[in-house]
Design a protein around this ligand. Structure first.
Ligand SMILES: [Zn+2]
Ligand SMILES: [Zn+2]
Length: 255
């Protein structure tokens, strides 16, 4: 699988980090994990086939994860690249996703559900396996962040597995959920003394990595306070059990 960081930042506007979005490619299928407002131009900047996306995963409804979905559908409705598209686009996310989309759509009378191609909205229950695309099995896991927030595990046909927490507070059980993943992508909003319970700070992210024993870990969703931090130096203090990578916009990993 290919994993590309489109946005390693949070909701705070930043010159080098855009808001949450990640591109996953497994054989021929292409998935977007979270859809921030910035992500729709970030896909084009990275020369990715945004018009050929199979599925979009929405972890929760905070706008640094969800705010690009309506602009994206406005784009696909009118873009030359999608006028001949026949393939279905599926948008997966927590309970309440369809109502959120329909409310926004009707508020502006955009008629965004009427696309050149079939569009399907699928609301996911935690812990029930589903196919997010042809070659990718997925399962979601409830996280302590918002009422609806979900982490996701993606497993390709060769058994390679990526786990993405998106935004979350601390929960040991996330370590179990991510156990043995080939790539564990977890938020690390703050370095220390986090101002809110519903995000992670470094010591908690490192605890989850130690507990989950992934092959590799990727930290992301950085608040601007990270700008002045020596990332490697801070990670080394924890004697990490595996490679722990700092997410940066445009970073590409092979899983
Ligand atoms: Zn966020
Ligand atoms: Zn959030």
């Amino acid at each position: 699988m290919k994993f590309i960081v489109l946005g390693s930042g949070c909701s705070v506007p930043h010159s080098k980090r855009t808001s949450s979005a990640y591109w996953v490619e497994a054989q021929k299928t292409k998935i977007l994990l979270d859809c921030s407002a910035s992500s729709i131009s970030r896909m084009a900047q990275e020369n990715l086939d945004w018009h050929d996306l199979d599925s979009i995963w929405i972890s929760h409804f905070h706008l640094d994860h969800f705010g690009g979905i309506m602009p994206f559908l406005f784009g696909t409705k009118w873009a030359p690249q999608t006028q001949g598209r026949k393939k279905q686009l599926r948008i997966f996310g927590p309970q309440g996703l369809e109502k959120k989309l329909r409310d926004f759509d009707s508020a502006g009378e955009y008629d965004l559900f009427n696309q050149p191609f079939p569009l399907e909205i699928i609301e996911i229950e935690p812990l029930k396996e589903f196919e997010i695309s042809e070659q990718l099995k997925a399962v979601a896991f409830k996280t302590p962040h918002t009422q609806e927030s979900l982490a996701i595990s993606l497993c390709d046909s060769s058994g390679k597995r990526i786990v993405f927490t998106s935004d979350t507070g601390f929960d040991n059980a996330l370590g179990d959920f991510a156990h043995g993943a080939d790539l564990f992508v977890l938020e690390c909003s703050f370095l220390q003394n986090k101002p809110v319970e519903l995000h992670l700070e470094l010591r908690e992210s490192m605890f989850l990595i130690r507990y989950a024993k992934p092959k590799k870990a990727l930290l992301t969703h950085f608040y601007p306070e990270w700008d002045s931090v020596d990332f490697e130096g801070e990670i080394d203090k924890f004697s990490p059990p595996c490679q722990v990578i700092e997410a940066k916009d445009s970073l590409r990993l092979e899983v």
